[in-house]
Design a protein around this ligand. Structure first.
Ligand SMILES: [Zn+2]
Length: 391
């Protein structure tokens, strides 16, 4: 049986449902609550979304700012690991940011959050959700002090329960407005922020459920878009906290919009918001495997490729209770290519540091660097970085 994860893009629409829309509305003409159209590179067509306080939203998923979507299109919601396999920093490679696929998982399994702008009820629900997630998964939650990337819980819009999918970089809002202040809804939105899309958006969902489009409210059809691709884990999960209820967005709520193909599946199982299912736990723990220490060290790449007489840079994300007591050091497997004086650590901002490598003059070849973090209790975490210096 094919197994497909739920950390994949939402934005593939089969057929040409929206292809008749000729042109996106100018940015300034769309008011809050109105529908706008963004070009999805992945689906190769215009896709409708709702504008809420300047943000482009599909159901409870925030795609980005409306202005950015109009300029750059709808980014892929495919969530990548924070650590890339390779960074090429040679002279002939131009730094590249096309706003596509910029979401990642959270380095060091740690999601930082701020409740400064949350209502008391939203903060209570959020805290209950993170207790539930911490006791069921390997993900950790820390109240933000100065960390670079974090979730800002807001609750100024009634009935607005929403989140980005994956870590965006910098502050990202997670809305728990009035009516959203339950543990289950908060956990659902946090799973979005950790990188999960909706269960019934999976590319294989049509083998498990039938979507009754004729009973779906016309402006909500986008909410039933399919995903594409995905990593191999997890069977389709009717009990997922990321699944919609069977009557979601129905015109006639007595008729299901989502009907399991297997008649033995009770409709009431769909859309539960009581807690993570066994499948949810397995999926989260697959993408956030257990860490052995509470000291976390992540590099944003496993390999750096640079030119002779050039230099390379990697970003370090450090998770530690007392960061000022953590020492960063590095060793090299090839002293001729690069020695210790060619390896430097500088503080970027918050909990991020920059590793700069400068190989010896005129040298080319390969070295394996071992970056090490040591805390005041003697806990040690090491990460490898392969360095390739081209002619
Ligand atoms: Zn959702």
């Amino acid at each position: 049986m094919q197994r497909i994860s739920r950390t994949c893009s939402l934005l593939f629409i089969s057929g040409s449902l929206f292809a008749s829309v000729a042109q996106a509305a100018p940015v300034a003409l769309v008011k809050d609550g109105e529908t706008a159209y963004g070009y999805s590179l992945e689906a190769d067509q215009l896709v409708p979304y709702t504008v809420q306080r300047g943000m482009a939203v599909i159901d409870d998923i925030v795609l980005g700012t409306h202005a950015n979507i109009q300029r750059h299109g709808i980014p892929s919601l495919r969530v990548r690991p924070w650590t890339s396999k390779q960074e090429v920093q040679t002279r002939d490679v131009v730094p590249f940011d096309n706003h596509i696929g910029t979401s990642s998982r959270w380095p060091n399994n740690t999601l930082y959050y701020s409740l400064e702008e949350a209502s008391d009820a939203a903060a209570t629900a959020f805290r209950a959700a993170i207790r539930h997630l911490e006791s069921n998964t390997n993900v950790r939650f820390e109240e933000r002090t100065d960390q670079t990337n974090y979730v800002r819980v807001i609750s100024d819009a009634p009935r607005e329960c929403s989140s980005f999918v994956g870590m965006q970089g910098g502050a990202q809002d997670l809305s728990l407005g009035e009516g959203c202040e339950t543990m289950g809804i908060a956990a659902h939105e946090i799973l979005h922020a950790l990188g999960w899309a909706h269960e019934q958006s999976r590319a294989d969902r049509d083998r498990f459920v039938t979507i009754n489009m004729s009973n779906v409210q016309a402006d909500k059809v986008t909410n039933f878009m399919l995903s594409q691709g995905g990593d191999p884990i997890g069977a389709y999960d009717f009990d997922s906290i990321m699944h919609y209820r069977s009557s979601a967005f129905a015109i006639n709520t007595a008729i299901p919009t989502i009907l399991p193909i297997d008649p033995n599946i009770q409709l009431s199982r769909l859309g539960q918001r009581n807690g993570l299912s066994a499948g949810d736990r397995a999926s989260v723990n697959h993408f956030y495997p257990r860490l052995n220490t509470d000291l976390g060290l992540s590099l944003n790449t496993q390999q750096l490729v640079i030119n002779k007489n050039g230099r390379g840079m990697a970003t370090i994300d450090l998770a530690a209770k007392q960061r000022n007591l953590v020492q960063l050091t590095a060793t090299t497997s090839n002293n001729r290519l690069i020695n210790n004086s060619g390896i430097q650590f500088t503080h970027l901002k918050g909990n991020q540091y920059q590793l700069t490598v400068k190989p010896s003059a005129e040298m080319t070849g390969q070295a394996e660097l071992t970056v090490q973090a040591t805390d005041q209790f003697g806990q040690v975490v090491r990460k490898k970085l392969a360095l390739t210096v081209l002619r």
